[in-house]
Design a protein around this ligand. Structure first.
Ligand code: HEM
Length: 366
């Protein structure tokens, strides 16, 4: 091997030969080169995001995650977040394509479509999207779209193989849940005697605090004369009931799974509420970075949909979906539902129940 150089290390020469689309590059119209390069750049960033996400998952999935490992998880997730943020703004570059210019080569591409971005599907799987959570369009869904194509295309078969493998990996959502499950609550850990009583006592006091907070908020609105008294009371009572349902995990279908989810949700509320305890500072940052990750995914979907609306209006997509209508529905997808759910329940600092065993979390007591 000779002296290393930029072009060999980065395979620049090969990279620059990959923009010929369906024919020879000299046959491409300028807009088509723009279209190809923009997509390729997105896919390269997806590749990096997937690698970073797997690193974050591996750190988090260890049976025990020492405190000093949490910054590594945050580090990898932050990179994913910055990449997604960059992609969200990159749609501006795609948008310089005018609707009419796109029509000059769009038909040639049918039925190829972003539906075949298997890396996007892999990203969702590593995040923890379940098959049942997939949106349907017509009689199919985006994953089934790739499975069907795998029968007639070698790259499709490779893509399906990758997705099957990804579906067998542990997801970041599952690793996060296992880690959250082990969070000490009021100094108590799941393997200790009396843990479920300690968690229940914390949850009972937290629900009481929510109820008191809601009652005070309702009184205030009623005092100001903002709306009908019964309506206001009913709205807050409903919020309290929703909080109780969430914290008791009654919405979780499998009854055997409820105590576990109850503990996970209690941990989320605990970490956010007592974030000034030194041992909870990194966990809170980790949860926040995870929420930002999903926020960036939602922004990606939203920004893509707006860009599509601007370029092709509301016509049917080349992949056969309803186009913007379908894409808008995908913006409602949430995978880290428990993380979002906890945000609705947080209380002002002076309303949270007192901490027990603060010294356990590194807080010096007199
Ligand atoms: C002129 C530019 C673009 C147009 C008009 C467009 C249009 C569409 C449409 C209509 C769909 C829905 C599926 C279908 O029926 O085909 C879709 C899906 C998708 N597109 Fe685009 N797109 C464009 C650029 C991009 C770019 C630059 C990316 C970056 C990778 C991208 C990624 C995706 C992905 C991942 C999906 C699947 C969405 C899902 O099922 O969640 N698209 N696109």
């Amino acid at each position: 091997m000779g002296t290393p150089n930029y072009w060999d290390y980065l395979k620049i020469n090969t990279l620059l030969t990959l923009q010929d689309g369906l024919e020879d590059e000299s046959q491409l119209i300028p807009d088509e080169l723009h279209f190809i390069i923009t997509h390729q750049v997105f896919e390269l960033w997806f590749k990096l995001a997937l690698a970073e996400l797997r690193h974050a998952r591996d750190h988090l999935a260890a049976p025990e995650v020492p405190e000093e490992k949490i910054p590594y998880v945050v580090h990898h997730l932050r990179r994913v977040n910055r990449v997604l943020n960059l992609l969200v703004s990159s749609f501006e570059v795609m948008e310089t394509l005018t609707p009419q210019d796109f029509l000059s080569f769009r038909d040639k591409l049918t039925p190829s479509s972003g539906f075949q971005s298997f890396q996007m599907r892999e990203l969702e799987m590593i995040m923890g999207m379940q098959s049942a959570g997939r949106l349907r369009y017509g009689k199919t869904n985006a994953l089934e779209h790739i499975r069907a194509l795998s029968e007639s295309s070698p790259t499709g078969a490779m893509a399906w193989g990758r997705l099957k493998k990804a579906s067998e990996e542990q997801s970041i959502r599952s690793a996060l849940h296992e880690w959250l499950y082990r969070t000490p609550i009021q100094g108590s850990s799941p393997d200790e005697p009396g843990d479920s009583e300690a968690v229940d006592a914390f949850l009972t006091s937290y629900i009481e605090a929510i109820d008191a907070h809601h009652t005070q908020q309702a009184d205030r609105l009623i005092d100001i004369g903002l709306g009908n008294t019964d309506d206001i009371r009913a709205r807050f009572a409903n919020n309290t009931e929703q909080a109780r349902l969430y914290l008791s995990a009654e919405d979780v279908e499998e009854e055997a799974e409820r105590p576990r989810r109850r503990r996970i949700r209690a941990a989320l509320v605990y970490i956010e509420s007592y974030r000034t305890l030194p041992l909870l500072a990194w966990p809170r940052l980790l949860v926040d970075t995870m929420v930002e990750f999903e926020e960036q995914m939602v922004l990606f979907r939203t920004r893509h949909a707006r860009m599509v609306e601007r370029i092709i209006g509301r016509r049917v997509g080349t992949g056969g979906s309803s186009g913007v209508d379908y894409l808008d529905k995908t913006t409602r997808i949430r995978i880290f539902t428990d993380l979002w759910g906890a945000r609705t329940l947080l209380l002002p600092k002076d309303r949270i129940p007192p901490v027990h065993n603060a010294e356990f979390y590194g807080f010096a007591t007199e």
